[in-house]
Ligand binder design. Structure first.
Ligand SMILES: [Fe+2]
Ligand SMILES: [Fe+2]
Length: 279
């Protein structure tokens, strides 16, 4: 079976370049790639989780994809945990509820004949919200009840494994506490792939019997985290599941422009404002 992972679409009610790129992507997936399922690993909407117009426009645009679509939220969809949340956008119950009303549950299990796909809300990890405790209970129960002999693919917005040995100033992965707890629970499963977004770059690394995959963005190349490795191009990931084995490849989208933060007005303005505030 063929699974496509897209990520970091950063769509806005104002339309603009991220929407143009997304429309090219959707057409390519529908007419050329024809996946069995598509997973969106978060940062669906451009910047602010409370922008209802961005959310409803994003919903309309995601509906352009013909294949069944599964979504996990990113920090720009529901906020992020902790005191050092980007631009003070902290994950809250209301933000997750608004996301779920548009896109469905923030964590899910999707069974196919060949694999089990799991999605979790990385932005709850370390938040201390009741929703975090509820998700942990769901993860424990779900992992304990997985069928034998089927590969498991896990999707979440933030990377599960540490991104860098050096601190990079803001949250780039789920952090050691959630990572150790999740990896402990996943030990007894047939985990074969962990796909995330957030970094706006592609990388594939072997982690025991599993591959860790950073999905590239479709919206724009990120600025300011040059110390992080990976392929810095826009595109998507194509997973193939054959006889219990899972592989993943980076794919470019023909005709889709390689935009930077300067090309997306909302993002360029936000970076400018934050730089000014930091001075
Ligand atoms: Fe993003
Ligand atoms: Fe993100």
């Amino acid at each position: 079976m063929k699974i496509v992972q897209i990520s970091d679409t950063h769509l806005t009610a104002a339309g603009g370049p991220t929407e143009e790129g997304f429309r090219i992507l959707a057409r390519h997936l529908n007419s050329d790639v024809r996946p069995d399922v598509v997973v969106h690993s978060g940062d669906i909407q451009v910047l602010h989780p409370d922008d209802a117009a961005d959310r409803s426009r994003s919903r309309e645009l995601l509906d352009l994809i013909d294949a069944p679509l599964l979504v996990v939220p990113g920090n720009h969809d529901v906020g992020m945990p902790g005191l050092d949340a980007w631009a003070g956008l902290v994950v809250t119950d209301a933000r997750v509820a608004a996301h779920e009303a548009a896109f469905g549950p923030d964590h899910w299990r999707h069974d196919t004949d060949e694999a089990v796909l799991l999605g979790i809300d990385s932005e709850l990890l370390g938040s201390g919200l009741q929703r975090e405790a509820d998700q942990w209970r769901w993860i424990e129960q779900t992992l304990a009840a997985l069928p034998a002999g089927k590969p498991v693919l896990l999707f979440l917005h933030k990377p599960l494994w540490a991104v860098s040995d050096e601190p990079v100033g803001h949250q780039v992965d789920v952090g050691p506490v959630a990572r150790d707890r999740l990896l402990g629970l996943l030990e007894r499963t047939e985990l074969r792939a962990v796909g995330c977004g957030h970094l706006h770059r592609y990388r594939r690394v072997e982690r025991g019997a599993a591959i860790e995959v950073w999905a590239p963005a479709t919206a724009f190349l990120s600025a300011g985290i040059d110390e992080i490795e990976g392929r810095h191009e826009l595109g998507f990931v194509e997973y193939t599941v054959t006889d219990g084995a899972v592989s993943a490849e980076f794919r470019l989208v023909p005709g889709m422009p390689q935009l930077s933060t300067d090309d997306v007005p909302e993002i360029a303005r936000a970076i400018e404002a934050m730089t000014a505030a930091a001075v």
